[in-house]
Each structure stands twice: as structure tokens, then as C-alpha cells.
Design a protein around this ligand. Structure first.
Ligand code: C5P
Length: 414
């Protein structure tokens, strides 16, 4: 989209009541003028746009501009935008299909991360249950500040989508990361989000998550540090996109995923039994659980005592657990998509490729967990490994990765 387009006030499709509604949040930075271009790009795609601005944003672009472009009242004050236009933060938050904050300042990111709601835009963000996408724009040092980076990680972990800023010459004269992403890219990102909204409606998805716990005795067990974040993010994204989700999870400290059928299990055998029940009717099965490969042959039902039970404690006889992914991969019918994970410390893609074949998966999400990466992190750098090759993904939040995994699974389903 050219600069001329953004100034072209010829009639565009402003959408109607049946059009998807994007609430465009504009915050106070020099890139605020680019919001007009984003707004027009969305409208050209048939999206209805309403604008909420911070008071600081009004220093850069007047609300009249947005009012003229949208033919809608512009929301700034918590108590309304003037006579006849009582706009309430809750109704704005409730009616939109996507809240796109572009540009978003470090200040607004910090307020969102902390849950501060001291103006209409931040109050709306807090009240919003629709997907939120944020395009940060700020000085490079503000962007790289530990506080900003930490706020972004917090928000990404909560499911906020980030449209990363680019590098280049910044308005302040510095050169570096912090430039608002290209308006055309922001528009495409928002349109993708809207499109993917309910694209899994009618699909059944099974997800495994978390660790398994294999008891040695009444108080000891074999397990691993999986937190379940990845699987829960996948289940959340799938439910948001309209799928009927069964989430089979080992012991984790995460809340139930709204809209998903939760099956909480302990051992690999229990996880297998739950998956066996759900898999036959599933369209997509995603195995992100870190399943213990072996379990103690016998689990003593009392606490083994040091001294009296030294022999039993020092020599734990292990037997192999069933491989849930491999058994589903082997029994899958035409039209079912099976996705596995490969958390590896060396030869990541090599191992993923052999896992792909060995387990009969359609694709493997491979990531490097050497040097403590992967487990428990909020973001991951991964590759999709399938029979047709490898696709490397840049580091991204687990929520965003969850959507990418579902997008990929949908490609196989079609
Ligand atoms: O063989 P490995 O454990 O590295 O394979 C990882 C993949 O296989 C993951 O997708 C994991 O969920 C799945 N898996 C499984 N059952 C097992 C072991 C692994 O479903 N017993």
C-alpha cells in the first residue's frame, strides 16, 4: 500500500454489521500516523474498523482523521466521546473480533502486562476476550530494555500476538529495532488472524501435554520438567478456532482450558488409555507430552525406606512404556493428521526426521532443548519436519507457535 493510498479518501468498503470488526488501538508515538494506512488497508479488505486512542495519541493524529475514515465515533475517554456517542470499554471489548494495537508504545505494553486500566484503551485491553495483536513501536533502547522485553514475554505467554517491529532509522535519530512493522504486513497479519478465527469448527482435536509421572513407591517417581505450556497453548488455540478439543495432560499446574474436554492423568499407561478413547474420532492428534519412556516394573504402594529397602531403591527395574504417538501413527486412518514433537539436544533435525518415519507422524515439531532451552520457556525456536522437507520457524511465543502448528496440521487435513 502506498502513502498515496492512505491519503486517498475515495469511498472504500467500510464493512457492515455482518463484517468482522477490528478495534484499532492507537497509542502516542510518532508512528501513530501509520495507523491511518493500517485502517484503510483493513477497510479495503471489507473489515469494519473502530478506533480507540490514548490521549497521547491525539497529540500525533487528531481523532477527527479517524472519525472521517471510519464514519464511527472515536473512543478516547472512558466516559464517552461526546454527545450521542456513549462508548463503553466493555462494549468495545465485547463487540470486536480482534483488538489490534498499532502502534503500541512501551508504556501501553507495560500497562497491559501489569493489568493497569487507567484510560479507555488500557481498560478495553483488560476487558477484551477477543484475540489481541500488538505492533510495538518505540526507540531501540526502550524496545531492548529488560522491562519491555519482560513485559512482551509476559503478554506473549498470555496469548497476545506480536507483530514484531523492524530495524532501521528511527524517528529519534537512532538506528535499530523499534520501527513499527510495515503497515501492509500488519494488515495481512490481522486479516490472517480474522480468517483463522473459526477455521477448525467441526474438527475434533486430541492434544497430549505435560509430563507423565511413573511411581517408584508411594512418594517417589520418575518424571521430567515439562510444564505443559505448549500443549495447553495448542488446546487453547484449537478451542478458540472452533475445534472440539480433548486435552489429555499429565500433572501440571495449569488451569483447565476453557471449552476443552480435560482428561488429567498420571502415568504413560493412563495417558495411552485416554488417547486410545479419543483418537479414533479425531481429525488431528498432536502429541506434545513428554512421556516417560520407561516406568518401574513394580511400584511399591508404601514408602521404601532407606536402610531396609536399599536394594529396591538402588536397583529400580524398568520396563518400556507404550509409545502413544507411534501407536496412533501406526493405526491412523486416511484423513487423520498426526503431529509429534522432538525435543532434542543434538542433531535436532536428523533425530526429528527419523522420528517422523519411526512414529508414522505427518510432521514433527523439532526443537533444541540443549542448554536448558525448551522446557518451561514461554517461547521456542522450532522447525517443522515432514516428508516434504523442513521449515524453520523463528523464535516465537508458544501461543503463536500453537497457531502455526494448527495451520500446518490443517494443510495436511485438506
Ligand atoms: O521418542 P521421543 O519421546 O523422543 O518422541 C517424542 C514424541 O513422541 C512426542 O511427540 C511425544 O509426545 C511422543 N511420545 C509418546 N509416547 C511415548 C513417548 C513419546 O506419545 N511413550
Amino acid at each position: 500500500m502506498s502513502q498515496t493510498d492512505s491519503l486517498n479518501l475515495q469511498p472504500v468498503n467500510r464493512g457492515d454489521a455482518s463484517s468482522p470488526l477490528v478495534l484499532l488501538g492507537v497509542t502516542g508515538c510518532i508512528a501513530a500516523y501509520k495507523s491511518c494506512e493500517i485502517l484503510r488497508g483493513l477497510q479495503k479488505a471489507g473489515v469494519r474498523v473502530k478506533v480507540v486512542m490514548t490521549k497521547n495519541a491525539c497529540e500525533f493524529v487528531g481523532p477527527t482523521t479517524f472519525r472521517a475514515l471510519t464514519h464511527e465515533p472515536v473512543a478516547i475517554d472512558t466516559f464517552g466521546d461526546g454527545p450521542g456517542d456513549p462508548i463503553h470499554h466493555v462494549s468495545l471489548a465485547e463487540e470486536c473480533d480482534l483488538f489490534l494495537i498499532a502502534p503500541c508504545t512501551a508504556n501501553v505494553l507495560a500497562k497491559m502486562a501489569a493489568g493497569i486500566a487507567d484510560d479507555l484503551l488500557s481498560t478495553t485491553a483488560l476487558a477484551c476476550t477477543a484475540p489481541i495483536a500488538v505492533a510495538p513501536a518505540m526507540n531501540v533502547h526502550m524496545y531492548e530494555a529488560v522491562a519491555t522485553q519482560s513485559n512482551m514475554r509476559t503478554l506473549a505467554a498470555r496469548g497476545v500476538h506480536f507483530i514484531e517491529p523492524g530495524e532501521g532509522y528511527l524517528a529519534c535519530g537512532d538506528v535499530g529495532r523499534g520501527r513499527l512493522a510495515d503497515p501492509a504486513d500488519i494488515v495481512s497479519y490481522a486479516l490472517e488472524m480474522l480468517k483463522s478465527e473459526r477455521d477448525l469448527a467441526g474438527k475434533r482435536i486430541v492434544v497430549t501435554a505435560g509430563p507423565t509421572v511413573e511411581p517408584i513407591d508411594a512418594v517417589r517417581f520418575i518424571s521430567n520438567p515439562s510444564t505443559g505450556k505448549m500443549g495447553f497453548a495448542i488446546a487453547e488455540a484449537a478451542a478458540r478456532r472452533g475445534a472440539q478439543v480433548t486435552l489429555v495432560t499429565g500433572p501440571v499446574s495449569l488451569d483447565d482450558v476453557a471449552g476443552a474436554q480435560m482428561v488429567r492423568v498420571g502415568t504413560a499407561c493412563e495417558m495411552k488409555a485416554a488417547v486410545d478413547e479419543a483418537f479414533p474420532s479425531a481429525d488431528i492428534a498432536i502429541f506434545s507430552a513428554a512421556v516417560s519412556d520407561f516406568r518401574p516394573r513394580v511400584a511399591c504402594d508404601r514408602k521404601l525406606k532407606k536402610g531396609a529397602d536399599d536394594e529396591a531403591l538402588a536397583h529400580i527395574d524398568l520396563v518400556e512404556n507404550p509409545d502413544i504417538l507411534a501407536s496412533c501413527g501406526a493405526s491412523k486412518r486416511a484423513g487423520q493428521v498426526v503431529v509429534g514433537f522432538a525435543a532434542e539436544t543434538n542433531d535436532v533435525t536428523g533425530n526429528a526426521r527419523s522420528k517422523l518415519v519411526r512414529k508414522g507422524a505427518d510432521f514433527i515439531v523439532a526443537n533444541d532443548v540443549s542448554c536448558g532451552r525448551g522446557f518451561g520457556a514461554d517461547s521456542d525456536e522450532t522447525s517443522f519436519v515432514s516428508a516434504s522437507g523442513e521449515e524453520h520457524l523463528p523464535e516465537m511465543g508458544k501461543r503463536q507457535l500453537a497457531d502455526r502448528i494448527l495451520d500446518k496440521a490443517l494443510e495436511f487435513l485438506k
